[in-house]
Design a protein around this ligand. Structure first.
Ligand code: NAI
Ligand code: UGA
Length: 460
């Protein structure tokens, strides 16, 4: 049954969720404090780069509205999802100021019908109760004498940027947590079309073959909150583990791609997230592993495995500099190109992108750096103005006259480049593949000295 839904925060998670739920037939109002974003959405523009989101928004248009007014979205909603950003504060703990502000505004604008207020943002364990208390305080302050008619729930999000719609419509699972059975019932109804796969898939994103129903994990508030951190930290440590093995593979002359394949085909281990290279970036793995460690510390617990995964990830970035030093001897004065800036392909997100970190490390050593990305360059110029002069419109401009090129993000378009034509343009044709994504033989035949991070590299 269609429900009235309000989404607070229209970023990667809020916008994708809002559009998908509207596509499934719910009546969705998206609220954001950023007037520019709301104006863009009114004009039919999607303010982030996410494949197919604009097309799905057009399909869902009659069920979707966008506003900066909480009253318009919250007052008669059955469900209010909070999807605001929860970045890391200086001490490693999550910065909850946006969450607090959202909870206050929801409390002030809730109506009298039963509403489930849902944390979709990744929030520290215990935040559900904290948000509930804020909503209640502000509801009571603005509605004296009226008892609040709402319940709190947690509904952690597992989508990945770049594949956000598929991850939502064809999810591995849906997790909902609440200490109130009625709230759990409402949420399971919201997700019913996904759980039972009763919707007609959009033409541009067919249902994967043999895709069955989606399991629902219905649990208490604290368990749902911990599931999110446990999942992200496990994925992060899986990547760090293969990167650690890759270091050993390099020393013993083993091929890490084969090692990952032979290991991952064991279904208990699984092949995914065993891609060795310069390590993870993005807004969540770093933030969520830090938050897990901080929360555990509050309970006098150490998380040595998670802490080690973070250290390994930092080391992978420094390895790029070490590899270039091995090749070039002196980096100062060299020109180094970086292809790929977003933290992964198919997104324009630059949060904790390894490429930016690597560019800054190289610049601090005196290198001249040139940068290219298929979609994230406008964003880089806005968010890192100090690097704007390094941007080049075409990969060929990055490569021309360079002493080395680093492939930092495995965009498909880089695999399709005419590398044979690019090699002669370089001062020295060294290509450092940070993602193990190009074919060594093809690149060598094209005239490159092809090296990879943490992989066996032939001696010079
Ligand atoms: N980006 C991702 O792939 C995933 C993110 N998450 C979690 O979801 C949450 C949101 O992440 P993103 O969507 O990436 O963030 P984002 O930064 O892309 O979007 C957050 C949005 O919230 C808005 N906002 C901030 N304060 C507000 C307020 N008081 N009222 C209304 N709107 C407000 C901002 O203007 C922005 O549009 C975070 O907790 C994140 O950890 C979870 C899974 C995946
Ligand atoms: O909480 C979140 O924000 C999300 O974080 C990740 O999603 P995302 O960060 O969008 O992207 P991933 O595909 O997980 O990639 C993260 C980073 O790990 C790197 N990675 C990934 C896989 C791999 O094998 N090796 C590897 O280095 C990617 O290049 C990227 O920098 C999780 O995969 C999502 O389930 C989760 O919802």
């Amino acid at each position: 049954m269609a429900q009235k839904i309000c989404i607070v925060g229209t970023g990667y998670v809020g916008l994708t969720t809002g559009i998908c739920l509207a596509f499934l037939g719910h009546e969705v109002t998206c609220v954001d404090v950023d007037q520019a974003k709301i104006s863009a959405l009114h004009a039919g523009d999607v303010p982030i780069y996410e494949p197919h989101l604009r097309e799905l928004m057009a399909l869902a248009a009659e069920n979707l509205s966008f506003t900066t007014s909480y009253a318009d979205g919250v007052a008669d909603a059955d469900v209010v999802f909070i999807a605001v950003n929860t970045p890391t504060a200086a001490d490693g703990s999550p910065d909850l100021r946006y969450l607090r502000a959202a909870a206050q505004s929801i409390g002030e604008t809730l109506g009298d019908r039963f509403t489930v207020v849902v944390n979709k943002s990744t929030v520290p364990i215990g935040s559900g109760n904290w948000v509930g208390a804020i909503v209640r305080d502000f509801f009571e302050a603005t509605h004296p004498g009226t008892p609040g008619n709402f319940q709190l729930a947690s509904n952690p999000e597992f989508l990945r940027e770049g594949t956000a719609i598929g991850d939502t419509l064809y999810a591995d699972r849906v997790v909902v947590g609440s200490d109130d059975p009625r709230a759990l019932e409402v949420l399971s109804n919201v997700y019913r079309p996904i759980l039972d796969q009763t919707f007609t898939p959009p033409a541009f994103l067919p249902r994967p073959e043999n895709f069955g129903v989606v399991p629902l994990v219905s649990t208490d508030l604290a368990s749902a909150e911990l599931i999110k951190y446990a999942a992200n930290s496990f994925l992060a440590l899986k990547i760090s583990y293969i990167n650690e093995i890759a270091q050993l593979a390099e020393r013993v002359g083993a091929d890490i791609a084969q090692v990952a394949l032979g290991t991952g085909l064991d279904t208990r281990i699984g092949r995914r997230f065993l891609g060795a290279g310069i390590g993870w970036g993005g807004s969540c793995f770093g933030k969520d592993t830090a938050a897990l460690i901080t929360t555990a510390r509050e309970y006098k617990l150490d998380m040595p495995i998670v802490a080690a995964a973070r250290e390994t990830n930092q080391r992978q970035r420094e390895l790029v500099v070490e590899k270039l030093l091995e090749e070039l001897r002196i980096i100062k004065g060299c020109t180094i190109g970086i292809l790929g800036l977003a933290f992964k392909p198919d997104t324009d997100d630059l949060r904790d992108a390894p490429a930016i970190d690597i560019a800054q490390r190289l610049i601090s050593r005196g290198a001249r750096v040139r940068l290219h990305d298929p979609v994230a360059m406008g964003r880089l110029a806005r968010e890192f103005p100090e690097l704007a002069d390094c941007l080049r419109d075409e990969p060929a401009e990055v490569v021309t006259g360079a002493d080395a090129v680093v492939l930092a993000t495995e965009w498909a378009q880089y695999r399709q480049l005419d590398w044979k034509a690019l090699a002669p343009l370089m001062r020295s044709p060294i290509l450092l593949d940070g993602r193990h994504t190009l074919d060594r033989q093809r690149l060598t035949a094209a005239g490159f000295r092809y090296i990879a991070v943490a992989a066996w590299n032939p001696p010079r």
